[in-house]
Design a protein around this ligand. Structure first.
Ligand code: HEM
Length: 243
């Protein structure tokens, strides 16, 4: 019997060069990118929600807060710079969050050679299944929202020096469809946050069924709290509580 050498196996002393991914491109690295950028975006969302709630303290206080934001960091920074730094950081975080999510989703699909026959039954919670479309709706909302309340192009008042008047004009009863769009986007954001927060809390907490139940409950409380915190402003204007 003949012995044929296995040419694919390395011989003694031969250096084997294998293609390895840089740590950040590994699945663990990408999940870390998702987590860090998700935390940054959530910190912004919490601060923005608290800022919006100031509308209940009166027009003057709300406008004063908006002007204070523009002066934040002065005299170390020139007026308005803080806002631009924040915009830059948020944009980078958002792009990195989307890129990492897309690569991870593609890899997990490629790793599963046979497609699920009954996809809906085995794909996890409703929140998990709607991450992609939820993300797209939130993205479109943010573009509309900036043109509406930051640049003022889509706002009936559109005066950057009077943010309270812009918000009140936005959610006036005759523009109920704007309130409806905002409400749908904020609810989509709530579902998105519930899944994101659940993944984060589960990784941080105990890896047991009890730990998972706790993570699920904490994520639900967090997501509902933020969703309601955002929804009360448009509905307060719609019902005349804020004018
Ligand atoms: C539904 C209730 C909301 C209200 C009443 C509201 C109100 C506002 C107002 C008044 C501004 C302009 C601030 C200023 O120029 O002084 C603003 C900016 C902004 N909002 Fe909202 N917002 C809401 C929800 C959201 C949500 C859910 C998000 C994110 C998903 C968001 C993201 C932003 C961003 C990115 C800006 C631009 C900030 C900048 O100028 O750099 N907002 N919002």
């Amino acid at each position: 019997m003949h012995w044929t050498p296995d040419r694919s196996a390395p011989s003694v002393g031969q250096v084997v060069i294998t293609k390895t991914r840089s740590p950040i491109r590994s699945n663990v690295g990408l999940k870390a990118v998702m987590a860090v950028t998700g935390i940054l975006l959530v910190l912004f969302l919490i601060a923005h929600m608290l800022g919006n709630l100031k509308i209940f303290t009166g027009a003057e206080a709300f406008n004063h807060y908006a002007h204070w934001l523009r002066d934040l960091g002065t005299p170390l920074l020139a007026a308005g710079w803080y806002l631009w730094i924040q915009r830059g950081v948020l944009l980078i975080a958002l792009v990195a969050h989307i890129v990492a999510a897309t690569v991870l989703a593609r890899r997990s699909r490629a790793a599963r050679p046979v497609k699920y026959a009954h996809r809906t039954k085995v794909q996890g919670s409703y929140a998990a299944r709607t991450m992609r479309w939820g993300g797209v709706i939130i993205g479109l909302f943010v573009i509309y929202h900036i043109l509406d309340l930051t640049t003022g192009h889509l706002n009936p008042v559109g005066d950057p020096t009077r943010p309270q008047a812009n918000v009140v004009a936005d959610f006036a009863p005759e523009r109920w469809y704007v309130t409806l769009f905002y409400a749908l986007a904020v609810i989509a954001l709530g579902f998105h946050l519930r899944h994101g927060a659940f993944s984060a809390f589960r990784s941080l907490g105990q890896q047991t069924p009890r730990g998972e139940r706790r993570a699920r409950a904490a994520a639900l409380v967090f997501a509902v709290g933020l969703t309601v915190g955002y929804l009360v402003v448009p509905f307060a204007v719609l019902t005349g509580l804020v004018s």
